[in-house]
Design a protein around this ligand. Structure first.
Ligand code: HMG
Ligand code: MG
Length: 299
Protein backbone atom coordinates (compact mmCIF):
# COMPACT_ATOMS: atom_id res chain seq x y z
CA UNK A 1 0.00 0.00 0.00
CA UNK A 2 1.09 3.51 -0.74
CA UNK A 3 0.49 6.06 2.01
CA UNK A 4 1.73 9.15 0.19
CA UNK A 5 -0.49 12.22 0.16
CA UNK A 6 -2.03 13.34 -3.12
CA UNK A 7 -3.35 16.91 -3.21
CA UNK A 8 -6.69 17.39 -4.93
CA UNK A 9 -7.47 20.93 -6.06
CA UNK A 10 -11.21 21.22 -6.67
CA UNK A 11 -11.92 23.50 -9.64
CA UNK A 12 -15.69 22.91 -9.83
CA UNK A 13 -16.83 26.38 -8.68
CA UNK A 14 -14.71 27.90 -11.49
CA UNK A 15 -14.08 25.48 -14.39
CA UNK A 16 -17.14 23.40 -13.48
CA UNK A 17 -19.63 26.25 -13.50
CA UNK A 18 -18.22 28.66 -16.08
CA UNK A 19 -19.94 26.95 -19.02
CA UNK A 20 -23.20 25.57 -17.57
CA UNK A 21 -26.62 26.35 -19.05
CA UNK A 22 -27.90 27.15 -15.55
CA UNK A 23 -26.04 30.05 -13.98
CA UNK A 24 -25.61 30.00 -10.20
CA UNK A 25 -25.36 33.36 -8.48
CA UNK A 26 -22.49 34.08 -6.09
CA UNK A 27 -24.60 33.15 -3.07
CA UNK A 28 -25.35 29.67 -4.48
CA UNK A 29 -21.69 29.26 -5.48
CA UNK A 30 -20.63 30.22 -1.95
CA UNK A 31 -22.92 27.54 -0.53
CA UNK A 32 -21.32 24.96 -2.84
CA UNK A 33 -17.81 26.11 -1.88
CA UNK A 34 -18.65 25.77 1.81
CA UNK A 35 -19.88 22.19 1.23
CA UNK A 36 -16.63 21.44 -0.61
CA UNK A 37 -14.62 22.87 2.29
CA UNK A 38 -16.58 20.60 4.64
CA UNK A 39 -15.69 17.63 2.41
CA UNK A 40 -12.05 18.46 3.34
CA UNK A 41 -10.72 19.28 -0.09
CA UNK A 42 -7.23 20.68 0.47
CA UNK A 43 -7.61 23.29 -2.28
CA UNK A 44 -10.47 24.94 -4.17
CA UNK A 45 -10.34 27.31 -7.15
CA UNK A 46 -13.41 29.32 -6.23
CA UNK A 47 -13.84 31.95 -8.96
CA UNK A 48 -12.35 33.80 -11.89
CA UNK A 49 -11.91 37.55 -12.21
CA UNK A 50 -12.86 37.73 -15.88
CA UNK A 51 -15.16 39.97 -17.87
CA UNK A 52 -18.75 38.92 -17.05
CA UNK A 53 -19.69 39.87 -20.61
CA UNK A 54 -17.35 37.09 -21.78
CA UNK A 55 -18.29 34.58 -19.03
CA UNK A 56 -21.58 35.55 -17.38
CA UNK A 57 -21.48 32.55 -15.01
CA UNK A 58 -18.40 33.96 -13.23
CA UNK A 59 -19.94 37.31 -12.29
CA UNK A 60 -19.60 38.01 -8.55
CA UNK A 61 -16.05 36.75 -7.92
CA UNK A 62 -15.48 39.58 -5.45
CA UNK A 63 -18.56 38.64 -3.42
CA UNK A 64 -17.31 35.06 -3.25
CA UNK A 65 -13.91 36.04 -1.83
CA UNK A 66 -15.47 38.50 0.59
CA UNK A 67 -18.12 35.94 1.63
CA UNK A 68 -15.68 33.13 2.44
CA UNK A 69 -15.25 33.31 6.17
CA UNK A 70 -14.37 29.86 7.52
CA UNK A 71 -11.98 28.22 5.11
CA UNK A 72 -10.77 25.65 7.68
CA UNK A 73 -7.27 25.39 6.25
CA UNK A 74 -8.48 24.90 2.67
CA UNK A 75 -6.28 26.75 0.16
CA UNK A 76 -8.54 29.12 -1.77
CA UNK A 77 -7.37 30.23 -5.20
CA UNK A 78 -8.79 32.34 -8.03
CA UNK A 79 -8.10 32.51 -11.75
CA UNK A 80 -7.06 35.81 -13.31
CA UNK A 81 -6.69 36.36 -17.08
CA UNK A 82 -4.93 39.74 -17.07
CA UNK A 83 -3.51 42.49 -14.83
CA UNK A 84 -6.95 44.06 -14.34
CA UNK A 85 -8.24 40.69 -13.08
CA UNK A 86 -5.25 40.43 -10.74
CA UNK A 87 -5.85 43.91 -9.33
CA UNK A 88 -9.52 43.11 -8.73
CA UNK A 89 -8.65 39.78 -7.08
CA UNK A 90 -5.99 41.38 -4.88
CA UNK A 91 -8.36 44.15 -3.80
CA UNK A 92 -11.01 41.55 -2.93
CA UNK A 93 -8.49 39.75 -0.69
CA UNK A 94 -7.57 36.67 -2.77
CA UNK A 95 -4.41 34.98 -1.47
CA UNK A 96 -3.61 32.49 -4.23
CA UNK A 97 -3.55 33.77 -7.78
CA UNK A 98 -3.67 31.50 -10.83
CA UNK A 99 -2.69 32.78 -14.27
CA UNK A 100 -3.85 31.05 -17.42
CA UNK A 101 -1.47 31.21 -20.38
CA UNK A 102 -2.06 28.72 -23.19
CA UNK A 103 0.73 27.10 -25.20
CA UNK A 104 -0.46 28.38 -28.60
CA UNK A 105 -1.04 31.75 -30.24
CA UNK A 106 -4.66 31.08 -31.28
CA UNK A 107 -5.84 29.63 -27.97
CA UNK A 108 -4.57 32.71 -26.12
CA UNK A 109 -6.29 34.97 -28.66
CA UNK A 110 -9.59 33.13 -28.34
CA UNK A 111 -9.44 32.83 -24.55
CA UNK A 112 -8.03 36.12 -23.34
CA UNK A 113 -7.61 38.27 -26.44
CA UNK A 114 -3.80 38.38 -26.32
CA UNK A 115 -1.13 36.71 -28.46
CA UNK A 116 1.25 34.09 -27.03
CA UNK A 117 4.16 36.44 -26.32
CA UNK A 118 1.93 39.09 -24.78
CA UNK A 119 0.19 36.46 -22.64
CA UNK A 120 3.46 35.11 -21.26
CA UNK A 121 4.73 38.61 -20.54
CA UNK A 122 1.45 39.57 -18.86
CA UNK A 123 1.35 36.32 -16.83
CA UNK A 124 4.95 36.88 -15.67
CA UNK A 125 4.11 40.46 -14.66
CA UNK A 126 1.08 39.26 -12.68
CA UNK A 127 3.20 36.60 -10.93
CA UNK A 128 5.83 39.24 -10.02
CA UNK A 129 3.18 41.64 -8.70
CA UNK A 130 1.54 38.85 -6.69
CA UNK A 131 4.91 37.81 -5.25
CA UNK A 132 5.70 41.35 -4.20
CA UNK A 133 2.44 41.31 -2.22
CA UNK A 134 3.39 37.94 -0.69
CA UNK A 135 0.67 36.06 -2.53
CA UNK A 136 1.05 32.47 -3.72
CA UNK A 137 0.90 31.90 -7.47
CA UNK A 138 -0.09 29.06 -9.73
CA UNK A 139 0.26 29.02 -13.49
CA UNK A 140 -1.65 26.88 -15.94
CA UNK A 141 -0.15 25.91 -19.25
CA UNK A 142 -3.37 25.30 -21.14
CA UNK A 143 -3.56 23.13 -24.27
CA UNK A 144 -0.33 21.52 -23.08
CA UNK A 145 -0.88 18.46 -25.30
CA UNK A 146 -3.21 19.63 -28.03
CA UNK A 147 -4.90 22.85 -29.08
CA UNK A 148 -8.37 22.84 -30.66
CA UNK A 149 -7.15 25.41 -33.20
CA UNK A 150 -3.50 24.52 -33.87
CA UNK A 151 -3.33 20.77 -33.18
CA UNK A 152 -0.55 18.92 -31.35
CA UNK A 153 1.72 20.94 -29.07
CA UNK A 154 5.44 20.16 -28.76
CA UNK A 155 6.74 19.25 -25.29
CA UNK A 156 9.61 21.70 -25.79
CA UNK A 157 7.09 24.56 -26.17
CA UNK A 158 5.43 23.64 -22.87
CA UNK A 159 8.77 23.37 -21.07
CA UNK A 160 9.87 26.71 -22.44
CA UNK A 161 6.69 28.43 -21.18
CA UNK A 162 6.93 26.67 -17.80
CA UNK A 163 10.53 27.86 -17.46
CA UNK A 164 9.54 31.48 -18.07
CA UNK A 165 6.67 31.30 -15.55
CA UNK A 166 8.91 29.71 -12.94
CA UNK A 167 11.65 32.28 -13.54
CA UNK A 168 9.06 34.98 -12.82
CA UNK A 169 8.39 33.28 -9.48
CA UNK A 170 5.40 30.93 -10.07
CA UNK A 171 5.03 28.48 -7.17
CA UNK A 172 3.30 25.82 -9.23
CA UNK A 173 2.82 24.79 -12.86
CA UNK A 174 -0.39 23.03 -13.88
CA UNK A 175 -0.29 21.24 -17.21
CA UNK A 176 -3.81 21.34 -18.62
CA UNK A 177 -5.33 18.98 -21.16
CA UNK A 178 -8.01 21.50 -22.11
CA UNK A 179 -9.86 19.37 -24.67
CA UNK A 180 -9.13 15.92 -23.23
CA UNK A 181 -6.85 14.97 -26.11
CA UNK A 182 -3.95 13.51 -24.09
CA UNK A 183 -3.49 9.81 -23.38
CA UNK A 184 -1.45 7.98 -20.74
CA UNK A 185 1.56 7.66 -23.08
CA UNK A 186 1.65 11.36 -23.96
CA UNK A 187 0.97 12.39 -20.35
CA UNK A 188 3.77 10.15 -19.05
CA UNK A 189 6.17 11.42 -21.67
CA UNK A 190 5.51 15.16 -21.01
CA UNK A 191 5.60 14.84 -17.22
CA UNK A 192 8.80 12.77 -17.48
CA UNK A 193 10.46 15.65 -19.37
CA UNK A 194 9.13 18.16 -16.81
CA UNK A 195 10.34 16.13 -13.83
CA UNK A 196 13.82 15.98 -15.39
CA UNK A 197 13.90 19.81 -15.27
CA UNK A 198 11.66 20.80 -12.36
CA UNK A 199 10.88 19.58 -8.84
CA UNK A 200 7.90 17.19 -9.11
CA UNK A 201 6.32 18.90 -6.07
CA UNK A 202 5.62 22.04 -8.07
CA UNK A 203 3.86 20.21 -10.90
CA UNK A 204 0.18 19.41 -11.22
CA UNK A 205 -2.18 17.90 -13.83
CA UNK A 206 -5.59 19.21 -15.01
CA UNK A 207 -7.36 16.65 -17.18
CA UNK A 208 -10.64 17.05 -19.04
CA UNK A 209 -12.34 13.71 -19.53
CA UNK A 210 -13.65 14.20 -23.09
CA UNK A 211 -12.37 10.80 -24.28
CA UNK A 212 -12.62 8.94 -20.94
CA UNK A 213 -8.86 8.94 -20.37
CA UNK A 214 -8.58 11.32 -17.42
CA UNK A 215 -8.16 8.68 -14.69
CA UNK A 216 -5.68 6.76 -16.82
CA UNK A 217 -3.83 10.04 -17.40
CA UNK A 218 -3.65 10.61 -13.64
CA UNK A 219 -2.08 7.14 -13.26
CA UNK A 220 0.51 7.99 -15.91
CA UNK A 221 1.34 11.23 -14.08
CA UNK A 222 1.47 9.45 -10.70
CA UNK A 223 4.03 7.07 -12.18
CA UNK A 224 6.25 10.10 -12.93
CA UNK A 225 5.95 11.31 -9.32
CA UNK A 226 3.17 13.91 -9.75
CA UNK A 227 1.13 14.26 -6.56
CA UNK A 228 -1.23 17.18 -7.34
CA UNK A 229 -4.30 17.14 -9.55
CA UNK A 230 -7.20 19.42 -10.41
CA UNK A 231 -10.68 17.93 -10.71
CA UNK A 232 -14.33 19.00 -10.70
CA UNK A 233 -17.14 17.74 -8.53
CA UNK A 234 -19.52 15.65 -10.64
CA UNK A 235 -17.20 15.86 -13.67
CA UNK A 236 -18.49 19.35 -14.48
CA UNK A 237 -16.44 21.68 -16.61
CA UNK A 238 -15.23 23.01 -19.92
CA UNK A 239 -13.71 26.14 -21.37
CA UNK A 240 -16.23 28.24 -23.34
CA UNK A 241 -13.45 29.27 -25.75
CA UNK A 242 -12.09 25.78 -26.54
CA UNK A 243 -14.43 23.78 -28.78
CA UNK A 244 -14.52 20.18 -27.52
CA UNK A 245 -13.63 21.00 -23.92
CA UNK A 246 -16.01 18.65 -22.13
CA UNK A 247 -16.16 18.00 -18.38
CA UNK A 248 -13.15 17.65 -16.11
CA UNK A 249 -12.12 14.53 -14.32
CA UNK A 250 -14.73 14.01 -11.55
CA UNK A 251 -13.35 14.72 -8.06
CA UNK A 252 -15.25 11.81 -6.51
CA UNK A 253 -13.83 9.38 -9.09
CA UNK A 254 -10.31 10.72 -8.56
CA UNK A 255 -10.51 10.64 -4.75
CA UNK A 256 -11.94 7.13 -4.78
CA UNK A 257 -9.28 5.79 -7.15
CA UNK A 258 -6.47 7.36 -5.14
CA UNK A 259 -7.88 6.01 -1.87
CA UNK A 260 -8.21 2.52 -3.31
CA UNK A 261 -4.62 2.72 -4.58
CA UNK A 262 -3.55 3.50 -1.00
CA UNK A 263 -2.83 7.21 -1.37
CA UNK A 264 -3.99 9.64 1.33
CA UNK A 265 -6.27 12.45 0.13
CA UNK A 266 -8.08 13.59 3.33
CA UNK A 267 -11.25 13.94 1.25
CA UNK A 268 -14.61 12.76 2.63
CA UNK A 269 -16.06 10.63 -0.19
CA UNK A 270 -19.51 10.35 1.30
CA UNK A 271 -19.78 14.15 1.51
CA UNK A 272 -18.54 14.45 -2.07
CA UNK A 273 -21.29 12.11 -3.17
CA UNK A 274 -23.90 14.27 -1.42
CA UNK A 275 -22.47 17.38 -3.10
CA UNK A 276 -22.84 15.71 -6.51
CA UNK A 277 -26.57 15.31 -5.74
CA UNK A 278 -26.75 18.92 -4.58
CA UNK A 279 -25.06 20.22 -7.78
CA UNK A 280 -27.30 18.11 -9.95
CA UNK A 281 -30.37 19.62 -8.24
CA UNK A 282 -29.00 23.16 -8.51
CA UNK A 283 -28.05 22.79 -12.18
CA UNK A 284 -31.16 20.74 -12.99
CA UNK A 285 -29.02 18.27 -14.95
CA UNK A 286 -27.43 14.87 -14.43
CA UNK A 287 -23.67 15.14 -13.81
CA UNK A 288 -20.70 13.27 -15.22
CA UNK A 289 -18.74 11.23 -12.66
CA UNK A 290 -19.28 7.50 -12.02
CA UNK A 291 -18.66 7.01 -8.31
CA UNK A 292 -21.57 8.83 -6.70
CA UNK A 293 -24.21 6.43 -8.13
CA UNK A 294 -22.22 3.48 -6.76
CA UNK A 295 -21.66 5.18 -3.40
CA UNK A 296 -25.34 5.95 -2.93
CA UNK A 297 -26.20 2.26 -3.63
CA UNK A 298 -23.61 1.20 -1.03
CA UNK A 299 -25.23 3.31 1.72
P1 HMG B 1 -10.59 42.32 -23.66
O1 HMG B 1 -11.83 42.67 -24.39
O2 HMG B 1 -9.35 42.15 -24.43
O3 HMG B 1 -10.30 43.34 -22.47
O4 HMG B 1 -10.91 40.99 -22.82
P2 HMG B 1 -9.96 44.87 -22.54
O5 HMG B 1 -8.76 45.08 -21.68
O6 HMG B 1 -9.90 45.35 -23.97
O7 HMG B 1 -11.23 45.55 -21.85
C1 HMG B 1 -12.54 45.41 -22.41
C2 HMG B 1 -13.55 45.49 -21.28
O8 HMG B 1 -13.36 44.37 -20.39
C3 HMG B 1 -13.41 46.73 -20.40
O9 HMG B 1 -14.69 47.04 -19.90
C4 HMG B 1 -12.56 46.26 -19.25
O10 HMG B 1 -12.73 47.02 -18.09
C5 HMG B 1 -13.10 44.86 -19.06
P3 HMG B 1 -15.66 48.11 -20.62
O11 HMG B 1 -14.85 49.36 -20.67
O12 HMG B 1 -15.99 47.58 -21.98
O13 HMG B 1 -16.86 48.18 -19.71
N1 HMG B 1 -12.12 43.93 -18.44
C6 HMG B 1 -12.42 43.15 -17.40
N2 HMG B 1 -13.55 43.01 -16.67
C7 HMG B 1 -13.51 42.12 -15.66
N3 HMG B 1 -12.42 41.37 -15.36
C8 HMG B 1 -11.29 41.49 -16.08
C9 HMG B 1 -11.26 42.42 -17.12
N4 HMG B 1 -10.31 42.77 -18.03
C10 HMG B 1 -10.85 43.69 -18.82
N5 HMG B 1 -10.23 40.73 -15.78
C11 HMG B 1 -10.52 39.41 -21.05
C12 HMG B 1 -9.90 40.32 -22.11
C13 HMG B 1 -9.43 38.52 -20.53
C14 HMG B 1 -11.09 40.26 -19.96
C15 HMG B 1 -11.67 38.60 -21.70
O14 HMG B 1 -11.19 37.98 -22.85
C16 HMG B 1 -12.21 37.55 -20.75
O15 HMG B 1 -12.79 37.85 -19.72
N6 HMG B 1 -12.03 36.26 -21.10
C17 HMG B 1 -12.53 35.16 -20.29
C18 HMG B 1 -11.53 34.07 -20.31
C19 HMG B 1 -12.04 32.88 -19.52
O16 HMG B 1 -12.68 33.03 -18.49
N7 HMG B 1 -11.77 31.66 -20.02
C20 HMG B 1 -12.13 30.47 -19.33
C21 HMG B 1 -11.16 30.18 -18.21
S1 HMG B 1 -9.65 29.45 -18.81
C22 HMG B 1 -10.00 27.75 -18.81
O17 HMG B 1 -11.12 27.35 -18.62
C23 HMG B 1 -8.87 26.79 -19.00
C24 HMG B 1 -8.45 26.09 -17.69
O18 HMG B 1 -9.54 25.39 -17.11
C25 HMG B 1 -7.31 25.10 -17.94
C26 HMG B 1 -7.59 24.18 -19.13
O19 HMG B 1 -8.51 23.34 -19.06
O20 HMG B 1 -6.87 24.37 -20.13
C27 HMG B 1 -7.95 27.09 -16.66
MG1 MG C 1 -10.12 23.40 -17.63
Amino acid sequence: MNSEFVYINEVGPRDGLQNQKTILDSEARLELINYLIDAKLPGIEVASFVNPKAVPAMEGAREIIKGLVHTKGCEISVLVPNMKGFEMAHEAGAEIITVVPSATETMNQKNINMGLEETIESSCNIIKSAKSSNLKTRAYVSVAWECPYEGKVEGSTVLNIANQLLSAGADEIILADTIGAANPASVGSLFKKCVEEFDHNILSGHFHDTRAMALANVCAALAEGIRKFDSCIGGLGGCPFAPGAAGNLATEDLANMLNQMGYETDVDLQKLSEIVGYCSDQLKAPLGGRMSAWLSKEK
